[in-house]
Ligand binder design. Structure first.
Ligand code: FAD
Length: 453
């Protein structure tokens, strides 16, 4: 008997309940990944390169047996199931809006061939939709959700797959050679991808940085966070594993880290109940604000040429590394929405194109949080000042100088106020495209008008 294990956001072999189900259902498992144009086309090069690196690592741990197909899964899966003679197809459930629709469509097509689609587990410690309040309703605010989530508890990591037989040479026409071409990233060296890289990074974080995490996590100039987000996004490591490793540890670092994992789970839960919140305002009142269409100012923001050093450093980090520090995500997002008055969806799309960890739930709800329209929205009137934020969280200017070479001649804090430099703004660096104080006033006036209307 044969089963197909269709990998999506679970690119690992350890702690993988769907793999165990696939192995229990058959003598041989065909491991499959489908490059789905609906997800591949909108992705930028850094994101694509990371996924390919992760797939290569997975293929290696399967001794080269990963079957990679390209095309619409509703066509690919039934065709492949027939060719390999599969009796069942197994997946980790996808809980996002697109994935849910796609899987239902695939399930229907497979059912026409008498091949069931089995969903086992999710990308979360507690499956989205599970945690409800006393009245049986979803939580709309983080803190009570996180308490209920912790009370609910989470399963221990799954067993190792043991002696599963993986096959790739699974029949005529299935050769697994549909790998896309490698994007050219120029000088960019991405950090290693894959299950082993995820485990190594986690072990190193636990050993060296967890103790200082609570204090360092807001400092983009320090490597104080775990940088596990892309590994989590692609399921190279499961949050269950992280929570089990944290369980015996005491102290603020472990507590804060658990809370961050809870945010990821919360946003997935919100998306489960309100799939529209990926695109629409969670709190609709802010849809009535006066917004500008994305034009030259948006382009300057995206290119890291606003004249505000920490905003520019963040956007350049995004394009260079496909990752931005959380504090700087907040600052850059706030600048787009409240200084340039562009709707959050445009910024969310730009982030999703480039982020290696780009995840609809965390990204779009993170943007809504900044825009003041999300679940626990920071109040709209709390407008980030890009200069003082820079001075506070990058006090020596090291982060800014790392990503904005034009500012390397400015010492310490001065990198955050190039317009005050004795010789003026350094050559090649732009003047500020807007005056923060004026734009803040406009944002607050617009907000007042919406509140009163
Ligand atoms: P750590 O500080 O080490 O945190 C550990 C893990 O906790 C992270 O890997 C992540 O899985 C989770 N986490 C931490 N903070 C958050 C948060 N605020 N919301 C949800 N999960 C969190 N995170 C993504 O994974 N993908 C995204 O596309 C994404 N887009 C964002 C967009 C905006 C505008 C904002 C403000 C935040 C966004 N975040 C996103 C959340 C956060 O910025 C990243 O998870 C974090 O920077 C990843 O770095 P890390 O792994 O070193 O984090």
């Amino acid at each position: 008997r044969r089963s197909v294990l269709w990998f999506r956001r679970d690119l690992r072999l350890g702690d993988h309940p769907a793999l165990l189900t696939a192995a229990a259902a058959a003598d041989e498992v065909v491991p499959l990944f489908v490059i789905d144009p609906a997800l591949w086309k909108p992705a930028g090069d850094v994101r694509r390169a990371y996924l390919l690196a992760s797939l290569r690592a997975l293929d290696e741990s399967l001794d080269g047996r990963l079957v990679v197909e390209r095309g619409d899964p509703t066509t690919v899966l039934p065709r492949l199931a027939r060719r390999v003679g599969a009796d069942s197809v197994h997946v980790t459930a996808d809980t996002g809006p697109y994935g849910r629709r796609r899987d239902e469509a695939v399930e229907e097509k497979l059912a026409g061939r008498d091949v069931p689609l089995h969903r086992t587990g999710t990308a979360y410690a507690v499956g989205p939709g599970t945690i409800l309040n006393g009245s049986g309703r979803p939580f709309q605010v983080f803190t009570p959700f996180s308490r209920a989530w912790a009370r609910h508890g989470w399963p221990t990591p799954a067993d190792s797959p043991g002696r599963t037989t993986f096959v790739a040479d699974a029949g005529e026409g299935v050769d697994g050679t549909h790998w896309p071409a490698e994007p050219d990233l120029g000088d960019l060296g991405l950090p290693p991808a894959g299950e082993q890289a995820a485990k190594d990074r986690w072990a190193e974080f636990l050993e060296d940085r967890l103790g200082d995490y609570d204090g360092d996590r807001d400092r983009p100039d320090r490597a104080g966070t775990s940088q596990l987000s892309a590994h989590l996004k692609w399921g190279e490591i499961h949050p269950r594993t992280l929570l089990a490793d944290l369980a015996p540890r005491r102290g603020k670092g472990a507590d804060t880290y658990r809370t961050e994992i809870a945010w990821r789970e919360f946003y997935a839960d919100v998306l489960w109940h309100r799939p529209d919140s990926a695109r629409e305002y969670y709190k609709p009142e802010l849809a009535g604000l006066r917004y500008e269409r994305p034009g030259a100012a948006f382009d300057a923001w995206a290119a890291g040429r606003t004249g505000y050093p920490i905003v520019d450093a963040g956007m350049r980090q995004l394009h260079a590394e496909g990752w931005i520090h959380n504090r700087v995500r907040m600052i850059t997002a706030s600048f787009l929405v409240k200084d340039l008055h562009v709707e959050w969806q445009h910024g969310a799309r730009e982030f999703m194109r480039w982020l290696r960890d780009g995840d609809l739930a965390s990204n779009n709800h993170g943007w809504q949080w900044v825009a003041g329209s999300g679940t626990d929205a920071s109040p709209f009137f709390r407008v980030f000042n890009p200069v003082t934020q820079g001075e506070r969280f990058d006090p020596d200017g090291d982060y800014v100088r790392r990503y904005v070479p034009e500012l390397r001649g400015l010492a310490g804090k001065q990198a955050h106020r190039p317009w005050e430099a004795a010789d003026g703004v350094p050559e090649g660096y732009p003047e500020r495209i807007v005056d923060h104080a004026e734009e803040r006033t406009r944002a607050l006036e617009d907000y007042r008008r919406v509140r009163e209307s």
